[in-house]
Design a protein around this ligand. Structure first.
Ligand SMILES: [Mg+2]
Length: 366
């Protein structure tokens, strides 16, 4: 089977997260959820979909697909995904082992797994060795930045009412964490993600001050995210479990963070670190070493679905991250919407989802 066409789509979809639009750099606010999807057509008439990390760099990822990765991949045989991806990773290695070109390859890889699954008539979780016993995954509500205790209290109430049983904040203050703990009660797991905001000394102090709120994990407290030594230092200084991994660009980085004993929870992202091929290896590596793995998946497209298939095949129990919001339109329909705090693992061939091309066309950034 050969790849005949590759197209990238930068989407910007309005959303509602139950509070004022979250703050964003330079005093602005975020009003759309931006993402990059990739469609791969083949000469067998099978079309697969993938997703590439975009966020603030969507235009760059889009450009990387259209101008660099698509010309390399179109015309290539894709029966052996591992070999093709290995060769493409080699061809872009001089541009770095993390960043937009790797994000582009990640989405291509996911789309090729979708194609392969459809060709074989098998869901991806089965291709990864699942027995099919796990049919749904508990989703934790990953809340966007809310900034004030009042907003935190309100949205925590919303998510409990919708049936979520675990919550993650993206806050940076004691007051907001205290408000969440109060709103959720003592028994609901609460995580905090600071998105790499503090230095080591501040991280130690904050972890200590937040100890009464019993965080299930403290995620990416430190900048820069690849200072594994500092992270390991923090980990020995606090009882709070430390999570990180979404900013790792490849499997060797995952090995390094594990070798450094820097994390209790490792969070590789399929749309950043090489698609299902590489992320699955990372999850297996973590499991072999007895480290909790939680794939990073605050996405609504093929990236989220790829994570669900991998969770379906994992031996460990694991939650799925759902970036809590209602989109104005859902590109995958029901497949990416949690119900009563759970996401279903699709059982159709490939990713097992239908991409609504009308939604893609409506929210595509020109
Ligand atoms: Mg995070």
């Amino acid at each position: 089977m050969k790849i005949t066409k590759i197209e990238a789509f930068h989407l910007a979809i309005p959303f509602d997260h139950g509070a004022p639009p979250p703050s964003q750099g330079a005093g602005g606010v975020r009003t759309t959820m931006d993402s990059v999807y990739i469609r791969v057509d083949t000469d067998a008439g099978i079309t697969g979909w993938g997703e590439c990390f975009g966020f603030a760099c969507c235009p760059v990822t889009h450009f990387a697909i259209q101008r660099v990765i698509a010309p390399m991949a179109v015309g290539r045989n894709c029966d052996d995904i591992g070999s093709l991806m290995f060769e493409l990773h080699r061809r872009v290695q001089s541009s770095g082992r993390n960043g937009p070109l790797i994000f582009a390859l990640s989405g291509l890889d996911i789309a090729l797994w979708d194609v392969a699954g459809m060709a074989r008539g098998e869901p991806i979780h089965k291709m990864l060795g699942s027995t099919g016993a796990r049919t749904s995954v508990p989703a934790y509500a990953s809340l966007m930045r809310l900034d004030t205790p009042e907003n935190v209290t309100k949205v925590c109430g919303d998510v409990l009412a919708r049936g979520y049983r675990a919550v993650k904040l993206h806050e940076r203050t004691l007051e907001t964490v205290a408000a969440a703990r109060k709103a959720l009660g003592d028994d609901t797991p609460l995580m905090l993600d600071t998105n790499c905001t503090w230095d080591l000394a501040t991280s130690k102090r904050m972890a200590q001050e937040m100890a009464p709120y019993n965080l299930a994990w403290l995620e990416e407290p430190l900048f820069p995210p690849d200072d594994y030594k500092a992270l390991a230092n923090l980990r020995t200084a606090t009882k709070t479990p430390i999570a990180a991994g979404e900013n790792l660009g490849n499997l060797l980085d995952v090995e390094r963070i594990l070798d450094a004993n820097a994390v209790d929870v490792v969070q590789p992202d399929p749309i950043k670190m090489g698609g299902i091929t590489e992320c699955w290896k990372a999850l297996c590596m973590a499991q072999e070493r007895g480290v909790q793995a939680e794939p990073h998946s605050p996405w609504y497209g093929p990236g989220l679905i790829a994570a669900l298939h991998m969770i379906g095949a994992m031996e460990q129990e694991c939650m799925a991250e759902f970036y809590y919001a209602d989109l104005a339109d859902w590109p995958l329909g029901e497949a990416s919407i949690p119900r009563n705090g759970s996401l279903r693992i699709p059982d159709g061939p490939g990713l097992g989802v239908q991409v609504n091309e009308d939604v893609i066309a409506k929210y595509r950034v020109a």
